[in-house]
Design a protein around this ligand. Structure first.
Ligand SMILES: Nc1ncnc2c1ncn2[C@@H]1O[C@H](COP(=O)(O)OP(=O)(O)OP(=O)(O)O)[C@@H](O)[C@H]1O
Ligand code: SF4
Ligand SMILES: [Mg+2]
Length: 327
């Protein structure tokens, strides 16, 4: 296994108390595989990714338990300089907002080239040639002419391509893309997503794709992990989830995807708000919003029940949830 996150816990000290942002997350990604991580705002998708990458703000953040095994090594026990080498060369991250992730006062050629100068000891001239090659690869038109330009001279979609080029420059084994297309126009979103999926296949990288959008996931992901209140509530191969979710929260997410054939109908929205992470409700954290909740749900925390060999659901009533799906 390329990456295994095991029983990870992260909390933040805030003025309102301790926010338990990640509560025992376990997930895995293999080489060449795409894992989509889904869930509403605040469910812990980014914080988990930051802990994996080693870029969590500490303080106020604190990792209070778990392991992050990358190619068998626990990254959480590495010293910061060893960690830095892994980051960039072996795993890289793509963020939503390229403009604040790229350096505004360096040309894109210098930023891309820097990777090869620092990590590969290349001369400036060779690094520049590499930068042009990478820009071609992410299909930025007229790369040779534009290599000296600055980030603000590119459109949003082109900047996102530059960030993808930065991430894959050293051909890392793992890429984490945190809402890589959210800030873009809808048509550009699809193109950027397609490019990312294509490069991932070509280089057989592991990809963790964090997104709100179950719609894009169907085309690109192999597996899905659904997060709620800092926990994984369902994890399964993509086709299983689309066929019949095994958790009422996943059901709610699926029902809130806009569909062309349902034009004009009102979109379903999951009722209520995500829990306050400084005071998560007892029992199943989803119970205040769950249409299937019973008494037991208010008392017993559901474990991740094995639904099948490669599928888990944290719902006491996962069987009836699957059965309730229209076939
Ligand atoms: N630096 C921080 N200080 C305090 N709390 C934080 C900090 N970063 C994250 N949190 C808390 O951790 C929780 C999980 O945040 P996270 O960013 O992982 O959510 P997310 O699932 O990525 O949401 P989104 O879809 O909005 O990006 C949030 O409730 C947030 O308030
Ligand atoms: S355990 Fe109960 S409250 Fe939680 S998702 Fe399942 S049915 Fe709903
Ligand atoms: Mg996030």
């Amino acid at each position: 296994m390329l990456l295994e996150v095991r029983d990870l816990y992260v909390e933040f000290r805030t003025r309102d108390g301790v926010a338990k942002a990640v509560n025992g997350v376990t997930y895995a990604v293999d080489a060449g595989e795409t894992l989509a991580v889904l869930g509403e705002s605040g469910s812990g998708k980014s914080v988990t990714a930051q802990a994996v990458m080693g870029i969590l703000d500490m303080p106020p953040g604190r990792i209070t338990g778990g392991e992050v095994l990358f190619q068998g090594r626990d990254l959480l026990t590495l010293k910061e300089d060893a960690r830095r080498t892994v980051r960039g060369a072996e795993m890289a991250m793509i963020f939503q907002d390229a403009l604040s992730s790229l350096n505004p006062v360096l040309s894109v050629g210098d930023q891309l080239g820097e990777m090869f100068v620092v990590h590969r000891g290349m001369s400036r001239k060779d690094a520049r040639a590499k930068a042009v090659e990478l820009m071609d690869r992410v299909r930025i038109p007229a790369a040779r002419e534009r290599v000296g330009q600055y980030p603000h001279q590119f459109s949003g979609g082109m900047r996102q391509r530059i960030m993808i080029a930065m991430a894959m420059a050293l051909e890392p084994a793992l890429i984490i893309a945190d809402e890589p297309t959210t800030a873009l126009d809808v048509t550009v979103q699809a193109q950027v997503m397609e490019l990312l999926a294509e490069l991932q296949r070509e280089l057989a990288m592991g990809l963790i794709l964090i997104t709100h959008d179950l719609g894009v996931v169907a085309d690109v992901a192999d597996r899905i992990a659904v997060m709620y209140a800092g926990r994984i509530v369902e994890t399964a191969p993509v086709h299983d989830i689309y066929k019949a979710p095994a958790h009422p929260y996943t059901r709610g997410l699926l029902d809130s995807i806009p569909r062309l054939d349902h034009k004009g109908r009102e979109l379903y929205a999951i009722k209520g708000l995500p829990p306050n992470l400084t005071a998560t409700p007892p029992g199943c954290p989803f119970h205040p919003r769950c249409p299937r909740a019973r008494d037991v749900c208010r008392i017993d925390v559901p474990p991740l029940y094995p639904v099948s060999e490669d599928r888990r659901s944290a719902c006491h009533f996962w069987e009836e949830t699957i059965d309730a799906s229209p076939s």
